[in-house]
Design a protein around this ligand. Structure first.
Ligand SMILES: Nc1nc2c(c(=O)[nH]1)N[C@H]1C(S)=C(S)[C@@H](COP(=O)(O)O)O[C@H]1N2
Ligand SMILES: [Mo]
Length: 222
């Protein structure tokens, strides 16, 4: 901007320091939270440890052979090896976990690729409304596109500063913080964009199609 009025603003030490903070993102925690009073969804209790829940198979997926395929009704299908995945823009954030078995865990630090950055790259076609996630253990789970595209949904390879442990879905899992944790597929291998909804593993077995913890969408009504 070369507007004259810009130049007569005083440049004090404080204003230049504050401009630097804005550039550097100082004090940004990356945290996405509700007011403390609304932080724990109904029927949940807090845990400090991190429980492991899965189908009993914890696949060993080496980074050397790992691949992520992004398929379906999209303009630019991708198949990433580990390097290609790590070459994508990386984001850090801190979010809470809410499991349908009633435990919640606060302040989990994730690092990985935001689903929004993936969406910008693959460009789903206009008729895409759902996403099906496929994992290396055979697990599947489905999401409406808007939930997959939440601003804090992330393809996470690290937790609290270290590589995501295998039992929690390493080398890479999805994390969708605003839904029950069964939507957060561990050991993710394929993301499939589709016009129509189809139920995943738990959704076929009595769990809710969407899984919003704030309205206790725990079980399916039909
Ligand atoms: N691939 C895969 N992802 C999965 C599951 C699974 O069995 N396989 N279980 C889901 C369920 S029911 C929960 S509660 C969380 C548990 O994640 P955690 O073991 O890291 O706590 O993973 C979800 N993602
Ligand atoms: Mo779960």
């Amino acid at each position: 901007m070369n507007d004259e009025s810009d130049r007569i603003l005083p440049e004090t030490k404080l204003t230049t320091t504050k401009q630097r903070w804005a550039r550097e993102g100082k004090f940004l925690t990356g945290r996405v939270t509700r007011p403390e009073s609304e932080r724990l969804p109904p029927g949940q209790h807090l845990v400090k440890d991190w429980p492991v829940l899965d189908l009993g198979i914890q696949p060993t997926v080496a980074r050397e052979t790992w691949r992520l395929d992004v398929t379906g009704a999209i303009d630019n299908p991708v198949s990433w090896d580990w390097k290609a995945f790590m070459d994508q823009p990386q984001t850090r954030e801190v979010t809470d976990i809410h499991c349908v078995t009633t435990w919640s865990r606060y302040d989990n630090g994730w690092e990985g690729v935001l689903t929004r950055d993936l969406l910008a790259l693959v460009e789903p076609k206009a008729d895409v409304h759902f996403v099906m996630l496929h994992s290396f253990d055979g697990y599947t789970t489905n999401l409406p596109l808007e939930d997959f595209a939440a601003e804090d949904a992330i393809l996470a390879h690290s937790w609290n500063g270290a590589p995501l442990p295998r039992e929690h879905g390493g080398p890479m899992r999805l994390v969708v913080p605003h839904l029950y944790f069964w939507k957060s597929a561990k050991w993710l291998k394929r993301i499939d964009f589709r016009p129509a909804d189809q139920r995943g593993f738990w959704e076929e077995r009595g769990y809710h199609d969407r899984g919003d913890p704030w309205t206790e969408e725990r079980y399916s009504q039909d």
